[in-house]
Design a protein around this ligand. Structure first.
Ligand code: GLY
Length: 376
């Protein structure tokens, strides 16, 4: 598979998108191939920044840099105005925007902004139940003690904050959260819960459940993907073998449950009929996670080739069957992403995180550039 050609094709689409999106942020499409554009009202704005930074790194083209820097300025405003930051997705938002600028350019103001964002994320740490609360206000009756598997991808901002400041509190909270996620979200057969509820005062475990999955006990494909990548990143930071083993277990389950074209349905337990939606974004995220795992395995580890081949197979299929291949009219890279099938929200559409992780996986395969989750 020619990863370079695919990267070059994404650039064509991104250039066309620059003049369409201007200073706004693509979120998901709604059946018409056009992205809904937002202005800092969601968890997804960072993915467009991430696409711009990756595109800039690849090309050195100032047009991408200018748009990326402008997006970081808007992330600064978001933080100053405390706009839509009362959730745990601060890591997604600021890792791919401000932290990315710092990683690429060593920009001190961007670093300070990303550290401020880490402080905002820390406000969601609940010392009583020892977890990072995903959604809602402290004491919220539904969400007060709730974690979700997606949060594993927000934790790298905290690992990095400890590295940069020397303050161990960020990483300590993140480690307790990751460990709790490992114990309660991952099931004995290597599948996963999307969310888990704890008593907010005592931290006692109550039950697993789902938010976007097929049903409470099912395995929501994208959740499994967040787990694969998130635990692999936790391993990178803590070097705790249990985190790598957990990432591998989730990966084996994911690979073993793929349909013939190697791209996941939206939930591994959803009944499969001719019309069951895929979630191409879950496969793009998983490709990045598999490549992260592979980087931690020794050359003679027999699983290395298996996981690498699985990542390449899925990416090959995404390119062949799902990719818009440089379209200047369709706005996304990957067709057939699913935001929330049961909720009826973009159940078979472009989703901007799918595009981001697709490009990140291409960059990893092409030249080893790993995105902006950790300092290189
Ligand atoms: N993190 C939200 C989602 O994956 O839909």
């Amino acid at each position: 598979m020619n990863w370079t050609t695919a990267i070059e094709q994404t650039l064509r689409t991104t250039i066309a998108n620059l003049s369409r999106f201007k200073t706004r942020f693509p979120h998901v499409s709604n059946g018409d191939g056009k992205y809904e554009l937002l202005d800092h009202t969601s968890w997804t704005e960072g993915f467009w920044s991430g696409i711009l930074w990756l595109s800039y790194e690849y090309t050195n083209d100032e047009a991408f840099r200018e748009a990326a820097v402008q997006s970081v300025a808007s992330f600064r405003e978001r933080l100053e105005q405390d706009k839509q930051l009362d959730h745990h997705d601060i890591g997604f938002l600021y890792s791919l925007s401000a932290k990315a600028q710092w990683i690429i350019e060593g920009d001190e103001a961007a670093k300070a902004l990303a550290l401020q964002a880490a402080d905002v994320l820390m406000k969601r740490w609940r010392s009583g139940s020892q977890l990072i609360q995903a959604w809602g206000a402290e004491g919220d009756p539904e969400n007060g003690g709730r974690i979700i598997i997606d949060c594993l991808m927000n934790l790298p901002l905290l690992y990095w904050a400890t590295e940069q400041t020397g303050n161990p509190d960020y990483a300590a909270a993140a480690r307790m959260h990751a460990e709790k996620s490992r114990r309660f979200l991952v099931r004995g057969d290597d599948s996963s819960y999307h969310t888990f509820y704890f008593d907010p005062d005592t931290g006692h475990a109550i039950r697993g459940g789902t938010h976007q999955g097929f049903q409470d006990g099912s395995t929501w494909t994208r959740g499994q993907a967040w787990g694969i990548y998130g635990f692999a990143l936790a391993y990178r930071y803590f070097q705790e073998p249990a985190f790598l083993e957990t990432s591998k277990r989730l990966a084996r389950y994911f690979i073993a449950h793929l349909p013939e074209d190697h791209v996941a349905y939206w939930d591994f337990d959803a009944p499969q009929t001719g019309g069951t939606p895929r979630d191409s974004s879950a496969s793009a995220i998983t490709a990045c996670g598999l490549l992260e795992i592979v980087g931690h395995l020794s050359g003679d580890d027999p699983e290395r080739e298996v996981l690498l081949a699985a990542a390449q197979r899925s990416m090959g299929s995404l390119i062949e069957h799902y990719f818009t291949a440089g379209s200047e009219t369709e706005e996304g890279f990957l067709r057939h992403g699913s935001y929330s099938v049961r909720g009826g929200a973009s159940p078979d559409d472009f989703v901007i995180w799918g595009d981001y992780f697709f490009l990140e996986a291409l960059m990893r395969l092409n030249s080893g550039v790993p995105g902006y989750w950790y300092e290189r």
